[in-house]
Design a protein around this ligand. Structure first.
Ligand code: IVH
Length: 680
């Protein structure tokens, strides 16, 4: 922090202000990032008050970066407390088969001779919320807090697309409270952290903390930019509604329009429960979001009531917890690679260690600031964490184990790929290689350009890209459109068939919808969501190229930094030439059927997907349907034109049959996505 240094002695106002800022930042970090407050609200307010006092008295000590400059000066500490009409309980834990059996035995002792069936759900690793609806309208959203009292985060929850503003179909009770878990997908978490790393902000330790931090933003606009999701799993209470079983409750919740986890199962026997916990544990890495166990619930509501509670835990539900996914190992070295926009990304080389069945050798370290903040040194024993398919992260060093021989890390002076001196622009956290022709940056750019959310060019693996670059068949992504069979076959090891497949794929990419083309340009801070906003606002690459900063910033959801980064990109001759060449190659340069509902081949039609798809995820299928102009329904209702059912479709399928909705399978969907037309 650049503070004017005082001319006089020790306890100067400048020093005290700096000390206070440090304490407040630390408290914010503990509260928001670690989700682990270290001081009381009262103490926090006292620190802020003192700092405001000093800044009022010595205006020269004010700084844009001071925590007093933030919204109300108390980030995230301004939510109204809400008392939960029914306490939000926690769950008892079991960790193995024996402990699970002991729970079953306890149930049988309490309910002798009563046959039991169960519902098993993944235990989502996010944060619990309660959503109250009155006469079908969303009225109140609260965090769990201490279980008795939470925070009113209604305004923020209104920005979460999975939270229905109105209950949709089925019986609508006078009042109902639906409970569920707010979470971030692993991809959403990684994107958020990557962006924070670039902007030099403190990183979230895991998706759960990121979700908690995002929900507790005082400014709902910030929450709106975070890709928060919801799985609803419980009716907290309802006035004017009776349900007999939890399985029925889940059906109702789904009909009301909430996402219910598709892996929830109704199971008839204790063996099935055990087997399903094991199946889920194996599936864990493939889910795309973090789960830390399975929740097993007695299905009958009457029996739930009879079983009641012990302390804060219900007797009728139990969490089976999966093994932890942290381990300690030694940090052997820190190396760097070069990102698409020239960022120098440090990563950890570890003594190999097995975490949750996977051998981990490398872990990300984000940026130099993060290494310093955590005080990670080469030679340290460190805690490493893995989540889903995320690149493992170094959580922190084990300081007590230090021997004194550990080394503080220094970033190299030169780019490891091209030798250009590394720069660190003022106020930026990431050191960068400033050479736009750096081969490492070129490589990453092409990798980004062909990726699935960008131009979706298949058949261009890492080796082939390297070879194309080495043989100078391509220098930038637009050169892909000049590739011919002859040129490709001149490379060692490429067969005619794969060359042709690649050329077809390149050809097909020319009709990618505008948002994906904008995303593919690889402009700093322009992720797919931002690219969508830009495509809607400007409707062509030409209009985007010519937009000044103010016009860009006027687009809702585009901030100053992003606007400036876009102009910086479109202002350079190299990049303007890229846009011209894309146009010349015939790449979509203006909007076709962006709005959904009008011009697309399936526009006006509403789809719903259920069950597991083989060839792509449901999210991917939904995005591609939307690109074709289709709408995606929040749940099964009369408004749905086609239900696409994958494997293990569940209750949506039954409902569709009852409603007489057209049901189609994955091969039909594949044909639709391939041809852009409704198959016969
Ligand atoms: S049911 C009495 N179902 O786990 C039932 N909880 O340790 C209480 N959680 O605070 C909750 N997934 O945040 C339930 N499918 C699920 C869940 C779930 C995650 C969380 C929830 C709760 C905590 C209890």
């Amino acid at each position: 922090m650049a503070l004017p240094m005082p001319e006089d002695k020790s306890e100067s106002p400048a020093e005290r202000a700096s000390q206070l800022r440090h304490q407040i930042e630390q408290a914010n970090y503990n509260y928001h990032v670690l989700d682990n407050p270290t001081i009381s609200d009262g103490e926090y307010d006292a620190l802020l008050r003192e700092l405001r006092g000093i800044e009022a008295q010595f205006p020269e000590l004010r700084s844009e970066e001071s925590p007093t400059m933030r919204v109300g000066g108390q980030v995230g500490r301004g939510f109204r407390p809400v008392r939960h009409p029914r306490p939000m309980l926690s769950l008892g834990n079991v960790f193995n088969h024996e402990e699970l059996n002991a729970w079953f035995e306890r149930l049988h002792r309490l309910l002798p001779g009563t046959p039991l069936d169960f519902v098993l759900e993944p235990k989502i690793d996010g944060l619990a919320i309660a959503l109250t609806y009155e006469r079908g309208g969303f009225r109140l959203g609260a965090t769990r807090g201490n279980g008795l009292e939470g925070e009113d985060v209604t305004a923020n929850l209104r920005t979460v697309k999975d939270v229905p503003q109105r209950l949709q179909t089925g019986p609508i009770p006078q009042t109902v409270e639906v409970r569920g878990e707010i979470y971030l997908s692993i991809e959403g978490f990684e994107r958020l952290n990557a962006r924070r790393a670039e902007e030099g902000q403190a990183l979230f330790a895991n998706p759960r903390n990121a979700a908690a931090g995002s929900l507790r933003q005082l400014d709902p606009q910030i929450t709106a930019q975070r890709p928060l999701c919801l799985f609803a799993y419980q009716i907290g209470y309802a006035i004017g509604l009776e349900v007999e079983t939890h399985w029925q409750a889940l059906d109702l919740i789904r009909d009301w329009g909430f996402p219910v986890n598709p892996l929830a199962r109704h199971l008839e026997s204790e063996e099935e429960v055990w087997e399903y916990t094991q199946w889920l544990q194996d599936e864990r890495d493939r889910l795309g979001y973090e789960i830390d166990g399975a929740v097993i619930k007695v299905n009958s509501v009457a029996l739930q009531e009879e079983l009641g509670f012990v302390g804060r835990d219900p007797r009728w539900a139990m969490a089976y917890k999966f093994p932890a996914r942290q381990a300690t190992t030694r940090l052997l070295d820190i190396q760097v690679n070069v990102g698409r926009t020239g960022t120098i990304n440090p990563f950890a080389v570890l003594e190999p260690v097995t975490i949750g069945g996977v051998v981990v050798r490398l872990a990300t370290l984000h940026n130099e600031g993060d290494i310093r903040r955590k005080d990670i040194r080469i030679g340290d024993r460190v805690i490493v964490q893995r989540a889903g398919d995320v690149i493992p992260q170094v959580v922190k060093p084990i300081v007590e184990d230090r021997t004194g021989s550990e080394e503080v890390y220094q970033l190299p002076d030169r780019c490891p790929a091209c030798g250009t001196p590394i720069v660190r622009p003022d106020g930026e956290a990431m050191a960068r290689c400033p050479n736009p022709r750096c081969p490492a940056q070129r490589y990453r750019w092409i990798e980004h350009f062909v990726s699935e959310p960008a131009m979706d060019i298949r058949g261009l693996g890492e080796r082939l890209v390297q070879e194309l670059l080495e043989h100078e068949l391509i220098r930038d992504p637009t050169d892909l459109y000049d590739l011919t069979e002859e040129k490709l076959l001149s490379l060692p090891g490429i067969k005619e068939k794969s060359a042709n497949n690649l050329l077809t794929s390149i050809q097909r990419s020319k009709s990618r919808p505008l948002p994906h083309v904008i995303f593919a340009l690889g402009i700093r801070y322009v992720g797919l969501q931002t690219a969508e906003l830009l495509a809607h606002a400007f409707r062509s690459l030409d209009a985007l190229r010519d937009a000044p900063v103010d016009t860009l910033e006027a687009v809702e959801g585009i901030g100053r930094k992003t606007a400036e980064s876009i102009v910086e990109w479109t202002a350079t001759d190299d990049n303007r030439a890229i846009l011209e060449r894309l146009k010349a190659a015939g790449v979509t340069s203006d909007v076709g059927h962006l709005d959904g509902g009008e011009e697309g081949p399936v526009s006006g039609l509403t789809f719903l997907l259920t069950g597991k798809l083989e060839s792509l995820t449901r999210g991917q299928a939904e995005t591609r349907l939307k690109d074709l102009g289709a709408r995606i329904a929040p749940g099964m209702s009369k408004g749905v034109d086609y239900l696409v059912a994958g494997a293990e479709p569940g209750s949506k399928l039954e409902k569709a049959r009852k409603l007489g909705t057209a049901v189609r399978d994955e091969s039909w969907l594949a044909l639709l996505l391939e041809t852009g037309r409704l198959p016969e």
